[in-house]
Design a binder for this molecule. Structure first.
Ligand code: URA
Length: 452
């Protein structure tokens, strides 16, 4: 077996690494007794060498498989449904997973969704589910698999048993300025999805002022890399580039987004952008797993599952099976907390909403207590923002452009200032045809491009 320092030297000098090199670095197939052969210092040096010199497709497949094989790989052979999932690079008001998981389950898919906590300005599905009293976000694998088998969907957090080497590598990358490497991001995401035993995956790669990737080109590059490497590792993978130049849901926070998801699932509201993104991604899942023969057929099935209440029923059953209240869907306000200090944010001038700094909006939610500044921070599930004015809206000075639920007056005042600053309102009227002032994107369409 190669020496770790020789592997680092090779990558430092721009050479290709072999499957055996990745096994050496990440202890392939060690399963429960994963024992790293490389120290954190060596992983840091290696990650920087990769950041600077990259990995080609075959190397990235090798890294992905080595990370996958550092832990358990879930086996669903006894299940006669396709195993499908969606993963997003993260956004603000991205409530898609809470709606899409039950919706796809109601259409015949099995969705073992392992989701993450909020990262930086973006919200995390796990933190949203954490707002539901009693919901066990980290069940053991046996319970997780049981819920997927019985109901068709379970949304839970990462466990140490799946791709543990990724957790360790990510922690090293986080403190060594090596997170923003496309092959490392690709391998990190895909290793966890492969460990969950998926047949197919659709990636939602965000583009815009609230996206993790800084430009449309970088988002496109990441999406193409994930599709290519996923397929190289035997996973049917497609990707949609979707717009994050404004929040997807009309709200951002934790309990508030669960309430929004329930309202959508019960057809009490139909926020257009959130529904468009959810249906587009879910349709990809149904087609790629052969649950539907065409996108149109998939969309029809999805609409039926929503309108009939079957998707809401799957959500309710999942919540109950994972320890949450049995009547959450019927009585969300009995269970979901809401912060007491409520106020509107008023437009400082009249005009058209020309741009929204979505990252700043996300940071306003973090500052309210709805996200974390440091990994060990706790979350206030009850705070949030809602009733956002959308891009292209014509507003008058003094109109509400957003509303705030805060813990106290001081928090509300800080959030109001941040929200006001994040909105660019310019004189004039909205012209037909939308605007192209947001990175060349039509502000009305959520799906920008399909890759793969
Ligand atoms: N999400 C992940 O899971 N891994 C990364 O490297 C970046 C985002």
């Amino acid at each position: 077996m190669a020496l770790v320092q020789e592997i680092i030297r090779n990558k430092r000098d721009g050479n290709r690494l072999s499957r055996a090199d990745f096994a050496c670095l990440f202890g392939a197939s060690a399963h429960d007794s994963w024992g790293p052969l490389a120290s954190d210092a060596q992983l840091a040096a290696w990650a920087m060498a990769v950041y600077l010199n990259g990995l080609d497709r075959d190397e990235t497949v090798g890294l992905t498989c080595a990370l996958r094989d550092s832990g358990r790989v879930l086996d669903w052979r006894d299940l006669d449904r396709p195993i499908v999932d969606k993963h997003s690079t993260g956004g603000v008001g991205d409530t898609v997973s809470l709606i899409l998981g039950p919706l796809v389950a109601a259409c015949g898919g099995a969705v073992p969704m392992i989701s993450g906590r909020g990262l930086g300005h973006t919200g995390g599905t796990l933190d949203k589910l954490g707002a539901i009293p009693g919901y066990v976000t980290t069940p053991d694998i046996a319970r997780f698999q049981r819920v997927v088998r019985e109901i068709g969907v379970a949304i839970v957090g990462q466990t140490a048993e799946l791709a543990p080497a990724d957790g360790r590598l990510y922690a090293v990358r986080d403190v060594t300025a090596t997170v923003e490497s496309i092959p490392l991001i690709t391998a990190s995401i895909l290793s966890k999805k492969l460990a969950a035993g998926l047949d197919s995956l659709v990636m939602d790669v965000k583009v815009g002022s609230g996206a993790f990737m800084p430009t449309l080109e970088k988002s496109r590059e990441l999406a193409a890399n994930i599709v290519e490497v996923g397929r190289g590792a035997g996973l049917a993978t497609t990707a949609l580039l979707t717009d994050m130049n404004q929040p997807l849901a009309p709200c951002a926070g934790n309990a508030i987004e669960v309430r929004c998801a329930i309202d959508v699932l019960t057809c009490a509201t139909n926020p257009q952008r959130l529904l468009d993104a959810t249906f587009a991604l879910a349709a990809e899942m149904l087609v790629s797993s052969a649950l539907a023969s065409t996108r149109d057929a998939a969309l029809q099935d999805l609409h039926r599952a929503l309108a009939s209440g079957r998707a809401a029923e799957c959500f309710a059953k999942m919540v109950a099976a994972l320890g949450g209240p049995g009547d959450l869907v019927e009585h969300p306000d009995r269970h979901l907390p809401r912060a007491p200090c409520r106020r509107a944010v008023h437009a400082p001038s009249s005009g058209v909403v020309r741009a929204i700094d979505v990252r700043a909006l996300g940071m306003a939610v973090v500052a309210l207590g709805g996200g974390r500044r440091r990994a060990e921070d706790s979350i206030d599930p009850a705070v949030g923002l809602y009733a956002f004015a959308q891009l292209g809206a014509t507003v008058k000075a003094g109109d509400a452009i957003a509303r705030i639920d805060a813990r106290d007056e001081a928090g509300a005042a800080r959030a109001a200032e941040a929200v006001t600053k994040s909105y660019s309102i310019e004189e004039g009227v909205q012209e037909d045809g939308g605007s192209d002032r947001h990175g060349g994107l039509d502000e009305r369409s959520v799906v920008i491009e399909k890759i793969g």
